[in-house]
Design a protein. Structure first.
Ligand SMILES: Cc1cc2nc3c(=O)[nH]c(=O)nc-3n(C[C@H](O)[C@H](O)[C@H](O)COP(=O)(O)O)c2cc1C
Length: 182
């Protein structure tokens, strides 16, 4: 093995998932932020864990409201994913500058993003400060799919490429045929 700078070796973690974390501030401003540091946190209850830098607008919104939605973007949302990751809610209202469309959630006040592969309503149940980031643990209280089936993955350096959703066709048909949860 050849020893190299830690930052260089860490690039080998890619490909990396990308999710969109949607927040709504106390003042009602909706923010959309792409996050690569996302994973399932537990299976009972079902949770998402997301690592968000303390300086981000979305970080303050989650601390204030204890809610967020997590949407898995479709490939057709890729330009908006990159845009939302290049500007901060501290400086601009991102949503009107994108093609992203919102839909109301059922159990929390933060909206869903239409045309995402899947969206999850999450209520904050725990958090861990990791120096310059916080890992927020959100309990999933509702989940949705759109029927879109082309997702994306980050190969590194924000190079987002197309993926097929991870479900087999039969699984997808089975889910689509399930009675909608009211
Ligand atoms: C593909 C991609 C992945 C990202 N992953 C993270 C991440 O895991 N954590 C994080 O804090 N920021 C991440 N960012 C950066 C934020 O999305 C970006 O700084 C954003 O502008 C913050 O917006 P906000 O201040 O409105 O919350 C990522 C950006 C992109 C494009």
């Amino acid at each position: 093995m050849k020893q190299i700078r830690i930052e260089e070796a860490m690039k080998f973690r890619h490909p990396e998932i990308v999710v969109l974390v949607v927040t709504k501030s106390k003042e009602g401003k909706i923010d959309v932020t792409p996050i690569g540091w996302a994973m399932l946190g537990s299976s009972n209850p079902k949770t998402w864990a997301v690592g968000i830098a303390k300086r981000h607008y979305s970080h303050k919104a989650i601390l204030d409201t204890k809610e967020f939605t997590l949407c898995i973007p479709s490939y057709k949302q890729r330009k908006d994913v990159l845009f939302c990751g290049s500007v901060s809610g501290w400086d601009v209202g991102k949503l009107p500058k994108t093609k992203l469309k919102i839909l109301p959630s059922k159990k929390i006040s933060v909206p869903l993003l239409e045309d995402s592969l899947a969206c999850f309503e999450c209520k904050l149940i725990d958090q861990m400060v990791t120096s310059d980031h916080t890992i927020f643990l959100g309990e999933i209280v509702a989940a949705y799919i759109s029927g879109e089936d082309e997702g994306l993955i980050n190969l590194g350096s924000r190079n987002l490429v197309k993926t097929k959703r991870g479900l087999e066709d039969n699984d997808f048909k089975e889910i689509s045929n399930q009675k909608k949860v009211q």
